[in-house]
Each structure stands twice: as structure tokens, then as C-alpha cells.
Ligand binder design. Structure first.
Ligand SMILES: C[S@@+](CC[C@H](N)C(=O)[O-])C[C@H]1O[C@@H](n2cnc3c(N)ncnc32)[C@H](O)[C@@H]1O
Length: 242
């Protein structure tokens, strides 16, 4: 049977690059759990923000392999060593992505605005002193500033610019990041959300949340009843089609 995700033995490593860990596996498990929807979604452009070792973007490309060569992949990281490591991991799997060393998606989000169908991100989410955010090397992998939200709050408006009308975002968050408030912020931008994967360890409780735009037709007035269920619906493990 063909592997459904990137193979750990083929994932490159570097002392200054985040190795695939519980959060990376939770994100890939969420993508696997949603794989059938992703295939039906037929994305043309997919992007990972903060690609680290390349395990997640390689896994996504393998999962979507049956869609053929019409799907293009982008990956960004602020850490140049991560970009090189991702390149090596993709190559070891016979895959290709455009890799850009940049802060979130600077320099890309104007050209690619409204074009990306799937964005995946496992951000630096650990609450740390603000000075650690954006530090060079491995520290950038986890340093999330106050409530672990500094990089997340920078990512959200950029994701909103990048995503196509049918675009989906899959993002890892920690309870300390106040995920329900993140969902409310995204709701204000017109996105619905649901948890795809939830993992708790002794140290932390992780959620992988999927966001998608709520399409409001001109004929039907904006459904207040739908919004009034918020945030109760927010964390329901809905079995809806999105
Ligand atoms: C938690 S690690 C996740 C790595 C990989 N995606 C995974 O799941 O294994 C976060 C990654 O985001 C990168 N990063 C941190 N701040 C960033 C920023 N402002 N812009 C782009 N990448 C950033 C880090 O260098 C690191 O590789």
C-alpha cells in the first residue's frame, strides 16, 4: 500500500529546524481525516506557512497526489535552514514546492491574493516573552509571545488576503492561545470553523481548527439563526460536509 503521508525516515533534519512533533502529527492527522473533502475540493494552489522540516507540506502533497500535476504548492518559513530542510524533504519524496524564506508570506500575499485554496499552519504558539518572537533559528519555532498569539495574530489577516473564495485554513492552536477568540476573530472576517482534531497531553491541549468562508447568497438574508448558534457550535465536532 502506498504511504498516505510523508515518511519520517525521509524527512531531513537540522539542529536549528523544528522536528516533526505531536503538533505536526496532529495537523497531518487532521488533513488525513479531511482528505476526502480535500480531494473533492480540488485545490489548485496550496500553501504551508512555517514549513519547518517539510513534513506537513510533503504529507499534504502525497495526500492530494491523485489530483495530479495541476496542484501547486508553496511553503514559507522565516528560518533559511527550514527552507533548505523542506527542500530536501520534498526532494526525498519526489515532490516539488516553491519555498520562500519570508516573514509569514511577505512579498507573496499581494501577488497571490485570493488565489490559495488550502493553507496549513502549525504556528509558534507557546506563550513566551515577546522578545523571543522572531528570534533566529529554532527559537522561532515555538516563541509565540503573549498568550502565544503574536505570530498567530499576524497570520490571520494575511491568510484572509491569500485565501480564494473557496479557501480553507487548517491551523494548530493551544488552549492558552484562546482558540474560541481566534474563531470569533475569523467569524468577523466571514469564516466558520470547526475542530478537526483535539489532542491533550499532560503539558498541553492542542486543537487543529478548520476555517472556511461562509457563503451568503444575495437571495437569503444573512442567516442570523446560524450566527446566533455561535460560539456553541464553534467547537462541535460537526459531521457536515465542510
Ligand atoms: C511549530 S514549527 C512547525 C514546523 C512544521 N510546520 C511542523 O509542523 O513540523 C513553526 C515554524 O514556523 C516558523 N516561523 C516562525 N515564525 C515565522 C514567521 N513569522 N514567518 C514564517 N515562518 C515562521 C518557524 O521557523 C518554524 O519552522
Amino acid at each position: 500500500m502506498l504511504p498516505r503521508t510523508a515518511q519520517i525516515r525521509l524527512v531531513s533534519c537540522h539542529p536549528e529546524v523544528y522536528e516533526p512533533c505531536d503538533d505536526s502529527f496532529a495537523l497531518v492527522d487532521a488533513l488525513l481525516a479531511d482528505r476526502e473533502h480535500l480531494i473533492k475540493h480540488q485545490p489548485m494552489l496550496c500553501m504551508e506557512l512555517g514549513c519547518g522540516s517539510g513534513y506537513v507540506i510533503s504529507s499534504l502533497a502525497i495526500m492530494l497526489g491523485e489530483l495530479g500535476s495541476g496542484v501547486h504548492y508553496f511553503a514559507t518559513d522565516i528560518n533559511p535552514d527550514a527552507a533548505e530542510t523542506t527542500q530536501a524533504t520534498l526532494k526525498a519524496h519526489g515532490l516539488h514546492a516553491e519555498i520562500v524564506v519570508t516573514d509569514v508570506a511577505s512579498g507573496l500575499h499581494k501577488n497571490l491574493a485570493g488565489m490559495i485554496d488550502v493553507i496549513v499552519v502549525n504556528p509558534p504558539y507557546v506563550p513566551t516573552p515577546e522578545e523571543e518572537v522572531g528570534c533566529k533559528g529554532i527559537t522561532a519555532s515555538w516563541a509565540g509571545g503573549e498568550n502565544g498569539r503574536s505570530v498567530i495574530d499576524k497570520i490571520l489577516p494575511i491568510v484572509d488576503e491569500l485565501l480564494s473564495q473557496k479557501g480553507w485554513l487548517y491551523m494548530v492552536t493551544l488552549t492558552a492561545n484562546n482558540p474560541s477568540q481566534i474563531c470569533l476573530l475569523m467569524k468577523e472576517k466571514g469564516y466558520a470553523s470547526r475542530i478537526i482534531v483535539q489532542r491533550s497531553t499532560e503539558e498541553e491541549s492542542l486543537h487543529v481548527i478548520k476555517f472556511w468562508r461562509v457563503v451568503v447568497s444575495n437571495d437569503s438574508p444573512r442567516s442570523d439563526s446560524w450566527f446566533s448558534q455561535f460560539p456553541l457550535k464553534l467547537f462541535s465536532r460537526s459531521s457536515g460536509s465542510t
